[in-house]
Design a protein. Structure first.
Length: 557
């Protein structure tokens, strides 16, 4: 092969590679990026550790409610061993209701000063005095729950656990917003399970059928893009795009797409992933107005990041009858391994109404589907259909979330409810903000910190937006024309061992990278920023060489 052929072959190989990479999902691409950052024969500075800012998994852990969990566990073990004819071979029994509160108080007194004990003492007072619940019933539910000695009953959620988690969601998702009526909660294995169950039950109950159109608030957590395209669903998707120039808010014009009667449902992540921006009050109000005109519009809001915002108000508060609320404890409490999430619907909702209005033959089919679990299947609520469908209906009676999971969920909720100065929330925000500052300092650019809707769990580095701001439109156009979409990400990975996720996979309009601010330490973010700056400088020099321009790569941006 002569030199020219060889070069062509190399080019073809690169093109093949680019095409192959373009077809990968962002999470697959991430694996390629990690490979590029980790292995291979590429020369790189010695002992430069890989910095993976692609992970959404937080590197912090809420300690106090976990201490509470373990101490409660020790108390419950005493109960198991004192009750019933305890056998030394390792056989215990159920806790006893009689005298439970008194024994618990003795336990607290005997363990004064031990981490978690003061928290448990306050938690029981709070449940009794602030929530008006029976301390004895509460302790019994918690002890039985943490011992995991019974199937979770009721299957949707344990009784007092639902009340307490309900109070938590009320505080964090509704706040001071006026709200009429009650809501039901289904405790599930994280936001992931919530999404799976909701898509499935909506389809089983003909709320969405293949060929239907749904709208997605873009950019969005990738599974929301991928699930509608699956063979099981085959939904048409309308993108409602947030605009980087408007601090990632949706314009009225974009939201007006929801007025189209073809659009059956609108799925939204708020605050968004990846831009990590909460929808403005004005836009929420605008969606609520559209719902007034379109009372059948189904809304799903995934508010996993709502607790990172001050005075957050969910779309669920504004349009409760139309909205399914998804919440997860994973991110805020650093608890992705626990698998804790909730699905919430208002007691008076359009899902039950729409099911009631289905054609006769469909209703008959659904009657048959649910008749094994209730004598009145037509009256089975949408949320209880979610519970049943999550275990293929036939295993409905064991559909509940494991009871120790529910106990930890309750303790996380109580921790947050009792933290009236919001000390935990403020501490997390300080942590995340300082990381963001370090990142941008490293790049050498200032950022606008005044947007109250900015949550900053992630930050998007939008090449077009940042590049233009830094070096002008002409440079950006040159850059976009002369680089492959994932080239910058791969160079960052190979040369600086920095992994960030491609924004494209989340449906961003411009080439961009998502940096998680939750996953690494402050000094790492500074290094990531510096690596990005070095790379950009490199492109500035190439641009100068190619065009005869004289941009200064060290310009303070
Ligand atoms: C992380 C995340 C989830 C999944 O959370 P789990 O509770 O860990 O399953 C769901 N939705 C969004 C938007 C997320 O970022």
């Amino acid at each position: 092969m002569n030199k020219r052929d060889k070069q062509d072959a190399e080019k073809d190989k690169d093109k093949d590679k680019a095409a192959r990479l373009a077809a990968l999902s962002p999470f697959e691409l991430k694996d390629e990026l990690i490979k590029a950052a980790g292995g291979g024969a590429v020369e790189r500075p010695a002992n430069l550790a890989m910095l993976n800012a692609g992970r959404g998994n937080p590197n912090f852990v809420a300690t106090i409610p976990r201490h509470g969990f373990w101490q409660l566990g020790l108390f419950a073990m005493r109960e198991a061993e004192r009750s019933f004819a305890y056998l030394p071979e390792g056989v215990g029994g159920f806790p006893k209701r009689d005298g439970l509160v008194e024994r618990f108080e003795l336990f607290l007194r005997g363990n004064k000063g031990v981490p978690g004990i003061a928290f448990l003492a306050s938690a029981v007072s709070y449940v009794r005095d602030q929530l008006g619940l029976s301390a004895s019933d509460f302790l019994y539910e918690m002890c039985e729950g943490i011992l995991a000695s019974n199937y979770p009953v009721p299957d949707r959620m344990l009784k007092l656990s639902e009340v307490i988690v309900g109070q938590y969601l009320r505080r964090e998702m509704i706040g001071k917003h006026p709200f009429i009526g009650e809501f039901d909660i289904f405790a599930v294995e994280g936001g992931t399970a919530a999404m799976t169950y909701i898509f499935n039950t909506m389809r089983q109950n003909h709320l969405i059928k293949s060929g239907d159109t749904i709208a997605l608030g873009m950019p969005i957590f990738t599974p929301y893009i991928e699930i509608p395209g699956l063979n099981d669903y085959q939904l048409a998707v309308v993108d409602v795009n947030a605009d980087v120039e408007k601090n990632w808010q949706y314009s009225k014009k974009e939201l007006d797409k929801l007025r189209d009667p073809k659009v059956k449902a609108f799925f939204l992540v708020n605050p968004s992933n990846p831009p990590s921006v909460r929808i403005s009050d004005e836009s929420l109000q605008y969606v609520a107005e559209i719902v007034n005109e379109r009372p059948d519009l189904i809304l799903l809001t995934d508010d996993v990041y709502g607790t990172f915002a001050d005075d957050f108000v969910s779309l669920f508060a504004l349009a409760p009858k139309n909205t399914i609320l998804v919440y997860s404890y994973s991110k805020y409490f650093g608890a992705t391994g626990w698998r804790l999430g909730t699905i919430v619907t208002h007691r008076d909702n359009i899902f039950d109404r729409l099911i009631g209005e289905l054609p006769k033959d469909v209703k008959k089919e659904l009657h048959h589907r649910y008749e094994s679990i209730t004598t009145e299947p037509d009256k089975l609520k949408f949320i209880d259909r979610l519970v049943a469908d999550s275990r293929t209906v036939a295993l409905n009676h064991t559909a509940g979330l494991s009871t120790p999971q529910q106990v930890q969920m309750v303790l996380f909720s109580l921790f947050s409810l009792m933290d009236t100065p919001d000390a935990y929330k403020k501490a997390l925000k300080r942590l995340i903000r300082s990381r963001k500052r370090a990142l941008y300092d490293g790049i050498g650019i200032t950022f606008d910190d005044s947007d109250i809707n900015q949550v900053d769990y992630y930050t998007i580095l939008d090449m077009e937006f940042l590049g233009e701001r830094a070096y002008g439109r002409e440079f950006v156009e040159w850059l976009l024309k002369n680089t492959e979409p994932s080239e910058l990400l791969f160079r960052l990975a190979r040369e600086a061992r920095v992994v960030v996720l491609p924004g494209r996979g989340f449906g961003t309009q411009h080439p961009s990278g998502r940096v998680s601010l939750a996953n690494l330490n402050e000094s790492d973010y500074r290094k990531i920023g510096q690596a990005i700056r070095t790379l950009l400088g490199d492109y500035v020099e190439r641009y100068n060489a190619a065009t005869g321009n004289t941009l200064d790569r060290n310009k303070v941006l």
